[in-house]
Design a protein around this ligand. Structure first.
Ligand code: CP
Ligand code: NVA
Length: 301
């Protein structure tokens, strides 16, 4: 069974092939209406379940559109509306779903939920974000970087802010794609210890971004963080805002990324988000192409 659970759990050669296929599929359908199917439709006759236990705009829509472009059909499900939200076990849900659908994509809270789904499902499972990681996002980010700036190998990527789930997948990607990752943020919001060795730390954001090829920001309060922590986090993270003055310290042709949704003028200013370095909407688009390639990898089609 080929799941896509995390970037460090998929071979580097497979990750490279997924990115290259995503580029090829994007190029092949350039200029077509969004709803037009691809020439190659390997998901014809396939049904994909998209399960959400947290809100989503990009993941929900890009997976739904991607499956349709590949000729398949989708079911978009809210975990709360399933028996899953009323006490049925993940293991039983996985075994039941496997009798109906060909692929499961799930966004959830605890990593253990997606691991249990993958353990008991007879069909591939894709991680659409947990409290710990967001691998599909970083596949789109690597694709976007390479579209604009060429191979990411050996490049300097600087993460500004909270050491969260999106950072964790960047850390996994740094090893697999061989780029230099720097974390700049306050010590209480450091990434989890299991990631140490995959990135460098520089507390001073001005020093961190010097010579960066890519600067990345994300929300200061993630969906799994308690709202009661909002004010404390803002106070801790204010000094790590990505603004024009900070971007000036990076390379002149550096890129700015944010997985979105953003809180404008908090983690990044509108001047940066809408400025010349920003590729945030290419990033959002590339979720579609990258995930189509991930689904083909999982199904071997
Ligand atoms: N970046 C991302 O995963 O966006 P959504 O939460 O809208 O899916
Ligand atoms: N870190 C954010 C990413 C949202 C796509 C969160 O988990 O809420």
């Amino acid at each position: 069974m080929t799941h896509f659970l995390d970037i460090h759990k998929t071979d580097a050669s497979d990750l490279r092939r997924i990115i290259d296929n995503a580029h090829a599929m994007k190029t092949a359908r350039a200029g077509r209406p969004k709803g037009a199917p691809d020439d190659d439709r390997p998901l014809e006759g396939h049904i994909v379940a998209l399960i959400f236990e947290k809100p989503s705009t990009r993941t929900r829509i890009s997976f739904d559109v991607g499956v349709r472009q590949l000729g398949g059909q989708t079911m978009v499900l809210s975990g709360a509306d399933m028996q899953l939200g009323h006490g049925e076990t993940i293991a039983d849900t996985a075994r039941v779903l496997s009798r109906y659908v060909d692929l499961i994509m799930m966004r959830t809270f605890e990593e253990d939920t997606i691991l249990e789904m993958a353990e008991y499902a007879d069909v591939p499972v894709i991680n659409g974000l947990t409290n710990r990681t967001h691998p599909c996002q970083i596949m789109a980010d690597v694709m976007t970087f390479e579209e604009h700036s060429g191979p990411i190998k050996g490049k300097k990527v600087v993460w500004c802010g909270d050491g969260n789930n999106v950072f964790a997948s960047f850390a996994h990607a740094a090893k697999q794609f061989d780029f230099d990752l720097v974390f700049t943020g306050p010590e209480p919001l450091d990434p989890e210890p299991a990631l140490s060795g995959l990135y460098r730390v520089e507390r001073n954001p001005d020093i961190a971004v010097a010579g960066a090829d890519l600067v990345v920001a994300d929300t200061w309060v993630s969906m799994h963080d308690p709202q009661s922590a909002r004010e404390r986090r803002h106070n801790q993270l204010r000094g790590y805002q990505v603004n024009e003055a900070l971007m000036e310290k990076a390379k002149p042709d550096s890129l700015f990324m944010h997985c979105l949704p953003a809180h404008r003028d908090e983690e990044a200013t509108s001047a940066v988000m809408d400025g010349p370095h920003s590729v945030i909407f290419d990033e959002a688009e590339n979720r579609l192409h990258a995930q189509k390639a991930i689904m083909r990898h999982c199904l071997g089609v």
